[in-house]
Design a protein around this ligand. Structure first.
Ligand SMILES: NC(=O)c1ccc[n+]([C@@H]2O[C@H](COP(=O)([O-])OP(=O)(O)OC[C@H]3O[C@@H](n4cnc5c(N)ncnc54)[C@H](O)[C@@H]3O)[C@@H](O)[C@H]2O)c1
Length: 370
């Protein structure tokens, strides 16, 4: 079977997730090309060597440029903090590599534009880490909408909440730096935006209000350091086709662990979904008998592809890492020239444009066209 050489840069939360996906995609989906774990890069040679041993990579380096320069590497997974994405992705594309880059695409819009231009010029495949669009139940929601199961969609509400920034005494780290972006709307809000783009096409205008629950946090070297971005956002949206929506984001929301809650209201029904319980979807249909009307729970099952590639039994449930395996498979499909469900750098630019429109709206205190 044909093989494809994998490079990985960064081995934290997402780096491990990409490594697991590259290891699992062939056993799960059974098609090719077969990923070969070639070269892993980390911030230090010691950490790179340790992770290469754990993840199964043949070579390691404390300099990410060695990964990109490796002739045996065909695809580079970029899972470093946001501020590195543009430089690493553009260098990888220039070296003729395909790129799988974590979200958000870049911190500044100019960098995102440079990445999209580099992708276009290279003719290589690019994929951004918008894993939630890969969920079998999210795909099923799209099918329900497209088949008219809730009639004409007239309003949507998207909420995303987690509590990893909820503790005011948690130490300052890169996610609170302006260099990592605006905060909730790009670190975070890009995920619901990717769902909006997948389900409804895109956003035409926004009105946003950003907020900072804590002005400063303990600094690593003592004292306190001012928080440089916003953990909370409240956004009004108008979607392609004129549907109105609301997006609420909070990464300092105690008790919320991985909530991406969708309510999609239509002329004949409603769909409700929450990523914290992502193996189920709630569907309400006004055409049910009045005596039985109510939300029904649809459990993920082999009839919701590609769940069937993981488990033959219904209701047993997929996990977060499996979304990344599906994403890796979509990337391989794109490489084979098949239609693939991915957000490439060109599509990612539309999401970035929406994020920057939100920031502008907040600063200008007005609606902004995307
Ligand atoms: N798709 C998702 O659901 C999701 C979830 C979490 C994070 N992310 C994104 O993934 C990216 C990484 O986040 P994370 O939570 O994995 O961060 P992390 O801090 O856990 O890992 C980052 C890794 O990058 C390494 N690194 C830093 N500088 C480097 C350099 N110059 N060369 C090589 N390696 C370097 C660090 O040592 C670390 O291992 C971010 O862009 C983040 O937004 C995506």
């Amino acid at each position: 079977m044909e093989t494809i050489g994998i490079g990985l840069i960064g081995t934290g939360y997402m780096g491990k997730c990409h490594a697991l996906a590259w290891n699992a995609v062939r056993p799960v989906f059974g098609d090719g090309p077969r990923p070969v774990l070639v070269h892993l890069g980390e911030a230090t040679a010691e950490l790179a060597a340790r992770r290469a041993d754990e993840f199964g990579f043949a070579k390691s380096s404390g300099d990410w440029r060695q990964v990109i320069a490796d002739p045996e590497v065909d695809v580079v997974s970029i899972t470093t903090p946001n501020a590195f994405h543009a430089e690493m992705a553009i260098a990888a594309l220039a070296a003729g590599k395909h790129v799988w880059c974590e979200k958000p695409m870049a911190v500044g819009f100019a960098d995102a534009e440079r990445m999209a231009a580099a992708a276009k010029a290279s003719g290589r495949i690019t994929v951004l880490g918008y894993n939630y669009i890969q969920s079998p139940m999210v795909r099923h929601i799209k099918k329900l909408i497209d088949e008219g199961a809730i009639g004409a969609v007239n309003h949507v509400r998207f909420e995303m909440d987690e509590d990893y920034m909820a503790d005011p005494e948690a130490a300052f780290y890169w996610k609170s730096e302006a260099a990592s972006g605006y905060g909730a709307i790009d670190d975070f809000g890009v995920h619901p935006l990717s769902l909006i783009h997948y389900l409804f096409g895109g956003v035409t205008r926004v009105m946003a209000n950003l907020a900072k629950p804590y002005a400063d946090r303990p600094a690593k070297d003592g004292g306190r350091r001012a928080v440089e971005n916003w953990d909370i956002a409240s956004v009004m949206l108008e979607l392609d086709g004129g549907v109105t929506g609301v997006m609420a984001l909070d990464r300092a929301a105690w008790g919320r662990k991985g909530r991406i809650a969708l309510q999609i209201f239509g002329s004949t029904g409603t769909i409700v979904f929450d990523q914290e319980r992502f193996n189920e979807v709630q569907l309400y249909s006004a055409s049910d008998r009045a005596t039985e009307q109510g939300f029904r729970t649809i459990m993920a099952a082999p009839v919701h592809p590609p769940y069937d590639r993981f488990i033959p039994a219904p209701g047993h449930g997929l996990g977060f890492n499996e979304l990344k395996i599906i994403e890796a498979h979509e990337l391989l499909k794109a490489l084979r020239g098949e239609p693939a469900q991915v957000v490439d750098f060109a599509a990612g630019l539309k999401i970035e444009r929406t994020v920057h429109a939100m920031a502008e709206s907040h600063h200008e205190r007005k609606w902004v066209e995307v």
